[in-house]
Design a protein around this ligand. Structure first.
Ligand code: FAD
Ligand code: AMP
Length: 475
C-alpha cells in the first residue's frame, strides 16, 4: 500500500509552502516534497526566494545601503564616524544566518500546521500518484486526492556565455561572492541585475550593466524609469542600453565580453560576469508523460485563472505558471488552490499585484503605468508629489523621488500608483489595499494620514490629481 495524502505539494518555495500550510489549516492531510540543495549539499525548504533570491538579496541590500549612508550621509547629520571599512565575511555570515533562520522557520511552521516535510525529488505519475526519489537513492510512491505543482524557476543561461559559477555566474553565485570583484559585468538591467549591481557597486566594484533593450525598465512607469536612471547613474552604475551580449569567455582571471550596439562591436573585460537575463519555468523530471500535464510554448505549466491544469485535481502555482515571477504572486496562488481544494472560495486578483525594486531609491508600483492607461484610450488624470516636499523624507535625508497616482477622469477610480523614493515597497501596500477595494482618488484624499510620515506623499499625490495638493504647487 502506498502512503495516502489528501494533498501533495511538489516544491517548497513561496508558492508551495503556503499551499501546504493552508491545506493543513483546513484539516487536510498534506505532504510537501522539496529538492532544494545548497552548495554544501544540505537541504532547506523555502525555494529560490528564501535560499537564493528575495531574502539574501535584501540582506545584502540593507547592509550595503547602511555602508553607503555611513560613507555619504553621516557627515550631513553631524555624525563623525571616522573611516568606515567593510568586513565582507561578516556581512556574508549575517546574510547566511538570516537565510538559515528563515528556511528553518518553514520547518517549524510545517510542524505546527501538521504538514509532512519530505526531502527529495517529486514526480507526478498518472492517477495522482507521486514518486519520490530521496537524496539517498531511495524511491517510493505516494498517493493524493489533489496534487499541487510548485517547482518554480531557474535562471536563463545564454549558450554563448558558458556558466562556470566562478567567473561567469548566475544571481545565486553573485549573492555569495567572498570578495568584491574590482570589475563586475552584469548582463541584463532588470530587477535582479539592478539589485545585485547596487550591492556590489556600494561595496566598491566598477559595475557595467549591458542591456539589450533601448528602453530602461520598460515595465515601470516612464517617469519612474527616467528618475531611476538618474539615480543609478549617480551611484556609478554604468548602464549600457541597446547593447546585446554576443559572447563571453574566461581568459585567465578575467572574462572577455563581446557585445554589439548600433555603433558596432565592443569589447569589455571584467573580473566577474553575472548573467541576469531572466528566469525560466523549471519542470525537469516533474511530470511523467502519462500524467497528461500540458506545457505552453514557453515551457510554463498551462493553467486557467484558478491555477487548474487540464488534469482534474492537479493544480500548478508560482513561477512555473504564467504571470509575474514574484514570491507574493505565488503565495496567493498557493493559498487560493488550497482553499479551492478544501471546497472554499478562492481567487487571485491579478490586476492588483505590486512590484518592488529594492534599490535606493526604492521603486514600487501597482496597476497600470501612464503609458498603458494612455494606450487604453481611457481619459485619466495624474497627481504627483515629490518627496523633496515631505518633511519626513527631508528628516530622513531621503528626499529623492516622487509618488504618482493615475485615476480615471470619468469615475475617479485609481488605475495605477507609482512610487520612487524612501520605503516605496512599504508605502505601496496602501495603494494595493485601495485598489483592491476599488477606491477612488477622493477616497485617498479623504483618508487621514499621520504627519509627518512618508505616506503623506500618496495622500498629496491623490489631492494633486484634482489640483488640490496642499503641500506642493499644483500644476
Ligand atoms: P521557487 O522559489 O523556485 O521554489 C521551487 C522549489 O521547488 C525549489 O525549492 C525547488 O528545488 C523545488 N523543486 C522543483 N522541482 C521539484 C521536484 N520535481 N521535486 C521536488 N522539489 C522540486 N520575488 C519577489 O517577490 N520579491 C523579491 O524581492 C525577489 N527577489 C529576488 C531576487 C533574486 C536574486 C531572485 C533570483 C529572485 C527574486 N524574486 C523575488 C523572485 C522569487 O524568488 C520567485 O518569484 C519565487 O521564489 C517563486 O516561488 P516558487 O515557489 O514558485 O518557486
Ligand atoms: P528580467 O527579466 O527583469 O530579469 O530582466 C532581464 C533583462 O535581460 C531583460 O531586460 C532583457 O532585455 C535582458 N537581456 C536578455 N538577453 C540579453 C543579452 N544577450 N544581452 C543583454 N541583455 C539581455
Amino acid at each position: 500500500m502506498s502512503e495516502q495524502y489528501d494533498v501533495i505539494v511538489i516544491g517548497g518555495g513561496p508558492a508551495g509552502y503556503p499551499a501546504a500550510i493552508r491545506a493543513a489549516q483546513l484539516k487536510l492531510k498534506v505532504a510537501c516534497i522539496d529538492e532544494w540543495r545548497n552548495a554544501d549539499g544540505s537541504h532547506a525548504f523555502g525555494g529560490t526566494c528564501l535560499n537564493a533570491g528575495c531574502i539574501p538579496s535584501k540582506a545584502l541590500l540593507e547592509s550595503t545601503e547602511l555602508l553607503h549612508r555611513a560613507q555619504h550621509e553621516f557627515a550631513l547629520h553631524g555624525i563623525k564616524a571616522g573611516p568606515v571599512s567593510v568586513d565582507l565575511a561578516a556581512m556574508q555570515k549575517r546574510r547566511a544566518g538570516i537565510v538559515k533562520t528563515m528556511t528553518g522557520g518553514i520547518l517549524a511552521l510545517f510542524k505546527a500546521a501538521g504538514v509532512v516535510p519530505i526531502e527529495g525529488h517529486g514526480r507526478l505519475l498518472g492517477g495522482n500518484r507521486v514518486e519520490v526519489s530521496g537524496f539517498d537513492g531511495s524511491r517510493r510512491v505516494l498517493e493524493a486526492k489533489d496534487v499541487v505543482l510548485a517547482s518554480g524557476s531557474v535562471p536563463f543561461r545564454l549558450p554563448t556565455v558558458p556558466h562556470d559559477g566562478v567567473r561567469i555566474c548566475d544571481s545565486w553565485n553573485a549573492l555569495e561572492f567572498a570578495e568584491t570583484p574590482k570589475r563586475l559585468g552584469i548582463i541584463g538591467a532588470g530587477v535582479i541585475g539592478l539589485e545585485l549591481g547596487s550591492v556590489w557597486r556600494r561595496l566598491g566594484s566598477e559595475v557595467t550593466m549591458i542591456e539589450a533593450l533601448d528602453q530602461f525598465l520598460p515595465m515601470a512607469d516612464g517617469a519612474v524609469s527616467k528618475e531611476a536612471m538618474r539615480h543609478f547613474k549617480k551611484l556609478g552604475l554604468d548602464v549600457k542600453l541597446g547593447a546585446r551580449v554576443q559572447q563571453a569567455s574566461v581568459a585567465g582571471d578575467a572574462v572577455d565580453v563581446v557585445y554589439t550596439t548600433s555603433a558596432g562591436e565592443h569589447r569589455l573585460q571584467v573580473d566577474r560576469l553575472v548573467v541576469a537575463v531572466g528566469r525560466r519555468p523549471f519542470t525537469e523530471g516533474l511530470v511523467a508523460p502519462e500524467a497528461g500535464i500540458e506545457l505552453d510554448e514557453r515551457g510554463f505549466v498551462r493553467v486557467d485563472e484558478h491555477c487548474r491544469t487540464g488534469v482534474p485535481h492537479v493544480y500548478a502555482v508560482g513561477d512555473v505558471v504564467r504571470g509575474p515571477m514574484l514570491a507574493h504572486k505565488g503565495k496567493e496562488e498557493g493559498v487560493m488552490v488550497a482553499d479551492l481544494i478544501a471546497g472554499r472560495y478562492g481567487e487571485v486578483n491579478y490586476k492588483v499585484i505590486p512590484s518592488v525594486i529594492y534599490t535606493a531609491p526604492e521603486i514600487a508600483w501597482v496597476g497600470q503605468t501612464e503609458e498603458q492607461v494612455k494606450a487604453s484610450g481611457r481619459a485619466y488624470k495624474v497627481g504627483s508629489f515629490p518627496f523633496a516636499a515631505s518633511g519626513r523624507a527631508r528628516a530622513m535625508e531621503a528626499s529623492a523621488g516622487f509618488a504618482k497616482i493615475i485615476a480615471s477622469t470619468e469615475d475617479d477610480e485609481i488605475l495605477g500608483v507609482h512610487l520612487i523614493g524612501p520605503m516605496a515597497g512599504e508605502l505601496i501596500a496602501e495603494a494595493v489595499l485601495a485598489m483592491e477595494y476599488s477606491a477612488s482618488a477622493e477616497d485617498l484624499q479623504r483618508t487621514i494620514h499621520a504627519h509627518p510620515t512618508l505616506s503623506e506623499a500618496l495622500h498629496e499625490a491623490a489631492l494633486a490629481a484634482d489640483k488640490r495638493a496642499i503641500d506642493s504647487i499644483n500644476r
